[in-house]
Design a protein around this ligand. Structure first.
Ligand SMILES: *Cc1c(COP(=O)(O)O)cnc(C)c1O
Length: 485
């Protein structure tokens, strides 16, 4: 049976009445009817229609399903903005050490000195990499880091009696930026990009006033371009009494090269699951540690890890803090992986990570631009955005068609239709962990696909168990209940 066929069957389809994975021995105590234990009204009329299977059926079903996933371990995964780099397995082993894995969040500080030291040192490393001294490891994802930092900013302005209600985001920003601004209670206002894909300074100046709390910038931005105006932007925003937030999703491009704190940022988040090789993509746990400048540090979430002499402890005594944003201490397992990654590379190694990420992206860009336009910039940082706009006009083939067809050739699709400022956008980020050979085969494949017939491409992918699912239906009309057909 083919893998695709196996995967198209539900456990319910494989079910056979009476088949069992486990046989319990006969009870050696008298049986009590359920009716004697629970009121009738609490009892179902019939048992739930659960599938009945032997253990190997279940194991094979889930193992086969797992092989249908694309992952960094199985495929090249050039998903722009998301930095799907290879995750060293060593980090998994370290995060699974008993002293990391079996710690209880309510354990007294004195019994977890090693773990606290690790987290304390990670705070210091992130402060060093960002150039911003105040660190909270608590937020559970990048978007959560954005929200937390904006709450910190709100507390800072409240403390000063400064009423500011607006957060500015560029039109190329990730959707989480304006969403976080709205969730933190601000009005999100968009600033236009100019013809080069950078912040339009005239539009920024027009929208900057004493009501602006924060300007959120992604640098390098989502087009893979470093905005050289960032110092000037920070000067303007600070001059108007506002703060600069740096969306750190693209830190992979600048690790050890430049520091957000040095180019004017007052606060930022890291995505350890992107930059520091935490596994991600399946919706599993990430983390979104934030770093802030001195004047914002008192407002950071509680607790932070502190050190008194030789003793590490969780510091809850922080009167200006916005409080907790996550239960216990955040997603510590992800933070352990980030720590292991940073320690493995060291400062020189991290700089090389950034250099190779930028080199790989420029190499791939120089190949792709021969057959797909790359509208912005003469060179890129860690990623670039190609446009299938011309192809769409001439043949009707869209960026989505190319992306879907790549799956047939064993490549995960790049990010498509983001940023919104580029028509038929394909945002390609190879990362530093890919070889020249992989990049060559990918570029050749993408080139070949652009010459294929529109009919074939509109129907792609052809080799996957399902081809084109409705991409919003599962979210908008979830069917949570299985019914026998
Ligand atoms: C991934 C990403 C985010 C959000 O990070 P999550 O960890 O997914 O919440 C924000 N901004 C940019 C530019 C991103 O790529």
């Amino acid at each position: 049976m083919s893998r695709n066929h196996l995967a198209s069957q539900l456990l319910f389809d494989l079910s056979r009445p009476g088949r069992r994975g486990v046989h319990f021995p006969a009870a050696d105590t008298p049986e009590t009817p359920l009716e004697n234990l629970l009121p009738r009204s609490a009892l179902a009329e019939s048992p739930p229609p659960l599938p009945e299977l032997a253990e190997p059926d279940v194991v094979r079903h889930f193992t086969n399903l797992s092989t249908l996933n694309m992952s960094v371990d199985t495929h090249f995964y050039p998903l722009g903005s998301c930095t799907m780099k290879y995750n060293p397995k060593r980090n998994e082993r370290l995060a699974s050490l008993p002293g990391m894995l079996h710690v209880h969040p309510y354990q007294p500080d004195d019994t977890i000195q090693g773990l606290l030291r690790l987290l304390y040192d990670l705070q210091a490393m992130l402060a060093e990499i960002s150039g911003l001294p105040g660190v909270s490891l608590q937020p559970a994802a990048g978007a959560h880091g954005e929200l937390t930092a904006l709450m910190v900013a709100a507390a800072y302005f409240r403390d000063r009696g400064d009423k500011r209600t607006v957060v500015l985001t560029p039109d190329s920003a990730h959707g989480t930026n304006p969403a976080s601004a709205a969730m933190a209670g601000f009005d999100a206002v968009t600033v236009k990009s100019n013809g080069q894909g950078l912040v339009d300074m005239t539009d920024l100046e027009a929208k900057l006033n004493e009501r602006v709390a924060v300007f959120m910038i992604t640098n390098p931005n989502t087009l893979g371009l470093f905005d050289p105006q960032v110092g000037q932007i920070a000067g303007l925003v600070h001059g108007a009494g506002g703060l600069i937030y740096l969306d750190g999703a693209n830190m992979n491009a600048i690790l050890g090269k430049t520091r957000p704190g040095d180019f004017g940022a007052d606060m930022m988040h890291f995505n350890p699951h992107k930059t520091f090789s935490g596994p991600h993509g399946g919706g599993g746990p990430g983390a979104g540690p934030i770093c802030v400048g001195e004047r914002l540090a008192p407002f950071l979430p509680t607790p932070i890890v502190a050190k008194d002499g030789e003793r590490y402890r969780l510091d809850f005594d922080r009167p200006h803090s916005i409080g907790r944003v996550r239960s216990f201490f955040g997603n510590v397992g992800v933070l352990v992986r980030a720590y292991a990654y940073i320690r493995t590379f060291g400062p020189g190694g991290l700089r090389e990570v950034a250099e190779n990420a930028v080199l790989n992206a420029n190499y791939l860009r120089s190949k792709v631009r021969h057959f797909l336009a790359v509208p912005h910039g003469a060179r890129c940082m860690h990623e670039f955005v190609a446009s299938a706009g011309k192809l769409k006009k001439e043949t009707g083939v869209a960026a989505m068609d190319l992306a879907k067809r790549l799956l047939d050739f064993g490549f995960h699709a790049p990010t498509v239709y983001f940023p919104l400022t580029v028509p038929e956008a394909m945002m390609i980020e190879p990362t530093e962990t890919e070889s020249k050979e992989t990049l060559d085969v990918f570029a050749e494949t993408l080139f070949r696909i652009t010459g294929e017939s529109p009919e074939l491409l509109h129907e792609a992918p052809h080799s996957t168990p399902i081809s084109r699912p409705n991409e919003v239906q599962a979210a908008k009309q979830p069917r949570m209940k299985w019914t026998a057909s």
